[in-house]
Design a protein around this ligand. Structure first.
Ligand SMILES: Cc1cc2nc3c(=O)[nH]c(=O)nc-3n(C[C@H](O)[C@H](O)[C@H](O)COP(=O)(O)OP(=O)(O)OC[C@H]3O[C@@H](n4cnc5c(N)ncnc54)[C@H](O)[C@@H]3O)c2cc1C
Length: 444
C-alpha cells in the first residue's frame, strides 16, 4: 500500500514548543520543502500537519518531475527544482527513485503539434533540452504499438521519483537537522498582535512565531476563510493506479493519448487517465464560478462535473470557528477520496489502445487525490498583505510535486526577506482581487 489514511501510524511526534521562528502549516511537499530550506538557513521551524506528512496530494501524485510544458513564469523555478530534487536525492540517505528519464507528450493532431511547437520557444529561451519528435522518433522511444502518433515533445532532462517515499524522507532529513514536526496537529487559527502574526493556535495549544507559512493544499481556502480572506481555490479529484511489474516499454513519464504512464522503481507503472479529472460540486463551485470561467473554457474537455458531498467544502461549509472549537481540519485528518470507476475504465481502455503490452496488467492498488487549483492554474507564493507575517504557498494546480523543492527554497527566502532569485509577480495573491485578467497557465 502506498496511500496514507487516518489509520496510518503517526511517525512524527515532536513535542509542541512554546516558540519557534517560523510555523509551517501543512506537511506536503511545499510545506516540508519550505521548512527544510528555512532550517538550512539556521531558522527554527515547526511543521504541523492535521493528518500525516505527505498524507494528501504529495504522496498520491504521479511522481512526474517535469519542466516540459510549464507556465513561462514557473519554468525557471521548475528548472531549479529538478536540480534540487537531484541533489536532495543524494543527501536523503534513502532511495526515493529519482532519475531523469524524460517526459514525453504525444500528438495525434496538427493542433497538438502546433501547441508543442509554440512551447519550444519558451524552452529555447531557457536553454532547456526539449525536442520536437517525429512519429518515428516517438515509436523508437515507446517500445510498443508503432504508427499511432504524429509526433511528440520530449525533454530528456525531466525526471521522476516515488512520491510516497520522497516527502517523508525529506521530513526525516529535516527532523535530523533539528526541525520539529508534529502530525495529527491541526492549526486552527493565527495569533495576531499589533496587527502582525505572532503565532498559531493549534488543537493542542499555542506556539509563538515571527512568521507563519500556510501550505495547506486543498484546505487553504478554508483556513483563510476563517481569517476573513476569500481565496478562490477549487479542487479536482484525480485517480491513479499502481500496476504489477511490467515489461519496460518506456523508462520515463509519457502522456499517450487517453492514458499516462510513469515507470516505477518497483518495476511496474503508475497509470492515470487523461480527461477524467472530476470536480465534485460544492459551495465554492458557485462562489468562485466566474473567477474560474477562463480556466474552464480552456480545460472543459478534461473535466467532469460530479454531484456529491464535497469532502472539504460540503454544500454548507463551516467557514468560521472559534479557537476552542473543533475545526473541519480535525474532522478529516487525511483527505482520501475514493478512486473513480470511470477513470479506472478509461485507463484500462487507454492501455489496450495505446500500449497493448500493458493492457492486461493487474492494477495492484488504486487511489485518488484532490488537486488544489487556482483560477489561472498557477500557484500563489506571497505574503498576505492583511496579515503581515503570514505567507501563502498553495494552489500548485497539479504540478507541485516537481516544483516543490524549488518553491520551498523560494518561500524560505521570501519569509526571511532575502532575494528570491525569480520574478514572483505572476504568483501574487492580489491578482485575484485587483481586477487582473486571469490568464490560465497550461492545464493540469
Ligand atoms: C492524482 C495526482 C497526480 C498528480 N501528479 C503530479 C505529478 O506527476 N507531478 C507534479 O509535479 N505534481 C503532481 N500533482 C500535484 C502535486 O501532488 C501537488 O501540487 C503537491 O503535492 C501539492 O503539495 P502541497 O504541499 O501544496 O499540498 P498537500 O500535499 O495536499 O499538503 C497539504 C497538507 O496540509 C495539511 N493541512 C491543511 N490544512 C491544515 C491545517 N489547518 N493544519 C495542519 N495541517 C493542515 C494537509 O493535511 C496536507 O497534508 C498531482 C496531484 C494529484 C492529486
Amino acid at each position: 500500500m502506498v496511500t496514507f489514511s487516518d489509520h496510518s501510524p503517526i511517525t512524527f511526534q515532536d513535542a509542541l514548543p512554546d516558540a519557534v521562528d517560523v510555523v509551517v502549516i501543512g506537511a506536503g511537499v511545499i510545506g516540508t520543502s519550505t521548512a527544510w530550506f528555512l532550517s538550512q538557513r539556521g531558522v527554527s521551524v515547526l511543521l504541523c500537519d492535521k493528518g500525516r506528512v505527505a498524507g494528501e496530494q504529495s504522496s498520491r501524485n504521479w511522481g512526474w518531475i517535469r519542466q516540459q510544458g510549464r507556465d513561462a513564469a514557473e519554468l525557471p523555478i521548475a528548472m531549479e527544482s529538478i536540480n534540487a530534487w537531484e541533489s536532495l536525492s543524494k543527501d536523503l540517505g534513502e532511495d526515493i527513485g529519482f532519475t531523469r528519464q524524460g517526459v514525453l507528450f504525444t500528438a495525434t493532431t496538427d493542433r497538438e503539434l502546433a501547441q508543442f511547437e509554440r512551447w519550444l520557444e519558451i524552452a529555447g529561451q531557457h536553454q532547456l533540452d526539449t525536442r520536437l519528435l517525429s512519429g518515428a522518433e516517438v515509436d523508437a522511444l515507446v517500445q510498443d504499438k508503432p504508427g499511432q502518433f504524429r509526433g511528440g515533445l520530449f525533454t530528456p532532462s525531466d525526471g521522476r521519483a516515488e512520491p510516497f517515499k520522497a516527502v517523508p524522507a525529506l521530513a526525516r532529513l529535516l527532523q535530523n537537522q533539528g526541525g520539529l514536526i508534529r502530525e495529527n496537529c491541526a492549526v486552527r487559527a493565527l495569533d495576531i498582535q499589533a496587527g502582525k502574526v505572532s503565532g498559531v493556535v493549534t488543537e493542542q495549544g499555542r506556539v509563538r512565531a515571527n512568521a507563519v507559512v500556510c501550505a495547506g493544499g486543498a484546505w487553504s481556502t478554508l483556513f483563510l476563510a476563517n481569517l476573513g480572506i476569500d481565496f478562490p481555490q477549487l479542487t479536482v479529484r484525480a485517480t491513479v493506479v499502481r500496476t504489477a511489474p511490467a515489461p519496460n516499454i518506456f523508462d520515463g513519464d509519457a502522456a499517450l493519448g487517453e492514458v499516462a504512464i510513469r515507470r516505477r522503481q518497483d518495476g511496474g507503472y503508475t497509470v492515470a487517465a487523461s480527461g477524467v479529472n472530476e470536480h465534485i460540486i460544492g459551495a465554492d463551485s458557485f462562489r468562485y464560478f466566474f473567477k474560474f470561467l477562463p480556466a474552464l473554457r480552456t480545460s472543459a474537455r478534461f473535466l467532469r462535473l460530479r454531484p456529491g458531498n464535497h469532502p472539504v467544502q460540503g454544500l454548507l461549509p463551516t467557514r468560521r470557528w472559534r479557537e476552542d472549537q473543533t475545526t473541519p481540519f480535525e474532522n478529516t485528518r487525511v483527505l482520501n477520496p475514493a478512486p473513480s470507476a470511470a477513470a479506472l475504465r478509461r485507463m484500462r481502455a487507454g492501455l489496450a489502445r495505446r500500449v497493448p503490452q500493458l493492457a492486461n496488467l493487474a492494477f495492484e492498488e488504486a487511489w485518488a487525490g484532490m488537486i488544489d487549483v487556482t483560477p489561472d492554474v498557477v500557484p500563489v507564493m506571497d505574503e498576505v498583505a492583511q496579515f503581515p507575517g503570514l505567507y501563502l504557498a498553495t494552489g500548485f494546480s497539479g504540478h507541485g510535486f516537481g516544483i516543490g523543492p524549488g518553491a520551498g527554497r523560494v518561500m524560505a527566502d521570501l519569509v526571511l526577506g532575502r532575494p528570491v532569485g525569480h520574478d514572483l509577480s505572476r504568483f501574487r495573491l492580489s491578482r485575484f482581487y485587483d481586477g487582473s485578467k486571469m490568464v490560465p497557465g497550461p492545464g493540469l
